[in-house]
Structures are given as C-alpha cells and as structure tokens.
Write a protein that binds this ligand. Structure first.
Ligand SMILES: NC(=O)c1ccc[n+]([C@@H]2O[C@H](COP(=O)([O-])OP(=O)(O)OC[C@H]3O[C@@H](n4cnc5c(N)ncnc54)[C@H](OP(=O)(O)O)[C@@H]3O)[C@@H](O)[C@H]2O)c1
Length: 317
C-alpha cells in the first residue's frame, strides 16, 4: 500500500516544527526506537519523560541526550517495570505528580520472542503481561491527564499481529498449553492494537473527542529487541537480517511513533501507520495496511472486559 500523503519520501522529522512547551511520555525510551524518538523530540525543544525499567540504563540515556542537546535539555525518567502492575501504578502516580501535561503518551516498550514461557509477578505470560496489560493500566491511569492536555495515545504495534492465531485465545491467554515465542508475542501485539481500536470506539461513543489514539509500527528496525529477549537462534537470524536491505535503522523505526505523536495532518485513527516500502518492513512512512482481524469488534470488547478483570483496573469509559 503506497501512501503519498507526505510525498515520495513519506513522513520524516523534517515536518516537525518547534515543540517547545510540549511534553511526551515514552515507555522504554533508553534504547531502540523509543530512544530515537526521544532524541528527535528533544531536538525540537520538547520535554521528554521516559518510563524505563532500568535506572542504570536510563541514567546513561539521559547523560547521552544531555551531551547531545545540552544540560538544559528537558529529559528525565521515572522508573517503571511494565511487567509489574504495582510498578506501573506507582510510576503513573509519580507521573501525575510531576508531569502537568501530556501531549502524547507513546506506548513503545516491549519484550519479544521470549523463548520459554515465563510469567510476570502478577501471573501473566510475560509478553502479554508486559506489552498489553502493563500499557493497559498505564493508559487508564494517565488518561485524564492526557484528555486535559488534548493529547494523544500512540500504541507501537508490530506486523506480528498478522502472524500466530490472529485472535485472542481467551480460554488460555497465558499459554499454559502449546507456548510458542512468536505466537505469544504476536498475540500480545494484537492485544495492544485491539485495546487502541476499542478505546477509539469507546471515546467516540462517549463523545470524548479530545484524545486521539493512533497505532503504528516501526517495520523492521535494527534495535535491541531481539538481543534483549530472543533466543540465541533468533538473535543469529536477526543479526543476519540486519545485514540486508530488509532492515532499517532504529532512527527510521522511530519515525512512525514520532509522526503519530505530533503530526497535525494525521486524521484517520482507525489505521496502522508505518513504513510503506517492501513488505511494509522498510521505506517511506505513511498509512499502511490494516487487516480486519485487528478490529474484530466481538474480540475487542471481550479483551477489554477481560483486561479490566485481570488488571483490576476499570476505565470510566
Ligand atoms: N525492532 C523491530 O523490528 C520491531 C518490529 C516490530 C515491532 N517493534 C516494536 O517496537 C517497539 C520498540 O521496540 P524496539 O525494537 O525499539 O526494541 P528495544 O530496542 O529492545 O527497546 C525496547 C524498550 O522497551 C523496554 N522494556 C522492555 N521491557 C520493559 C519493561 N518490563 N518495563 C519497561 N520497559 C521495558 C526496554 O528496556 P531495556 O533496555 O531495559 O530492555 C527498551 O527500552 C516495541 O513495541 C516492539 O514491539 C519493533
């Protein structure tokens, strides 16, 4: 699918104006696409608050960014382990204390291709618990602040939603049976997308139009995703892939999320934004293909209700 809205080169940060006075909260911003998104936003004068699990890596990231943009660059972090609901809640409470406005919350952090089934401290399969349930609670707790700021929620998804079961396995969400690293990852990313599309529907039904919700993916980008949580075999395969034109840089991988957080001309929310070149892995950034199983209404509603039950967090929507 070719989207020419932003010209033949697609969306690039050249479209960004001065972002002074804007605040972006990014999960998992000490590495990969999240770090690159932070860099781009800071380069335009925005304030960036990173929600990261490692204090050490975060301190190093803040140091690097201040070296690049000067000591007055407004970049800070709040420690948050997305895999632990208690940590997410504590981090959200801290954000509400110290961040008066949120122009966009970028749900970027994730783990992927975890080779053996693991459970989070709350008993969720690790990828579902981190990628979906962690962000579900975070978004709900920060929602009012985002709404007061007329801000956006950006969900960073994956083309992996087209793999695996292409639906949610409600009778065994935590993969007690037949766990597969890729199928479980794919389900977690599909769940994140369904959350976003269902949130769009609920906001529209409630007439609450101040918050926009966008879904994007970085295509295939050379980040630390696979080296952090993938198996040795996956790491070798991925390393070989990064030597081909089918993988772009982490910086290019951050463009869709920066676009979704900032671009005023973006109006279509029921969409998937990302690279539009070969297999939508790489290339000019714009609106890509969105397959209908990602917004299967019955599944979305059931997932929302199940997520509220499992996290113990009810939205007012
Ligand atoms: N790279 C690709 O080709 C690709 C393809 C499709 C989708 N994506 C999506 O793109 C997004 C960004 O990933 P990336 O490729 O940039 O990977 P990455 O380099 O591994 O960055 C992921 C970030 O998430 C953080 N994170 C992981 N678990 C966390 C937790 N429990 N709590 C808080 N933060 C946590 C990581 O922190 P640590 O540094 O502490 O590990 C890191 O900062 C993800 O949503 C991923 O699913 C990537």
């Amino acid at each position: 699918m070719t989207d020419t809205s932003f010209g033949p080169k697609g969306w690039t940060p050249a479209r960004l104006g001065n972002l002074a006075g804007k605040t972006y909260v990014i999960t998992g911003a000490n590495a990969g696409a999240g770090f690159q998104a932070a860099r781009i936003l800071l380069s335009k004068g925005a304030k960036v608050v990173m929600l990261n699990r490692s204090a050490e890596k975060s301190a190093a990231a803040v140091k690097e960014l201040k070296q690049e943009f000067g000591s007055s660059a407004e970049v800070s972090f709040v420690r948050m382990d997305l895999a632990e609901q208690a940590s997410v809640r504590a981090a959200a409470e801290e954000v509400l204390k110290i961040v008066p406005r949120i122009d966009a919350l970028i749900c970027n952090a994730a783990i992927a291709q975890v080779p053996t089934r693991q459970l989070t401290p709350d008993g969720f399969e690790s990828q579902l618990g981190t990628n979906h349930y962690g962000h579900f609670t975070l978004c709900s707790m920060l929602f009012d602040r985002i709404e007061q700021s007329k801000g956006r929620i950006v969900v960073v998804a994956s083309l992996g939603y087209n793999m695996g079961l292409k639906t949610i396995r409600f009778d065994d969400m935590n993969w007690d049976e037949s766990y597969g690293a890729n199928t479980a990852y794919s389900q977690s990313k599909l769940a994140q997308m369904m959350f976003a599309y269902e949130l769009q529907d609920r906001l529209a039904a409630a007439g609450r139009t101040d918050v926009e919700v966008f879904v994007c993916h970085p295509g295939s980008s050379a980040t630390s995703l696979i080296s952090t949580s993938g198996s040795r075999t996956m790491r070798v395969i991925w390393w070989l892939m990064t030597k081909t034109p089918m993988v772009q840089t982490a910086e290019q991988g951050s463009y869709p999320e920066v676009m979704c957080a900032t671009e005023e001309a973006l109006t279509e929310q029921r969409a998937l934004y990302g690279p539009t070149g070969t297999r939508e892995f790489v290339g000019p950034v714009g609106r890509g293909t969105l397959n209908a199983h990602a917004y299967d209404k019955k599944v979305m509603v059931r997932l929302w209700e199940r997520s509220e039950t499992d996290t113990g967090f009810s939205w007012s929507l």
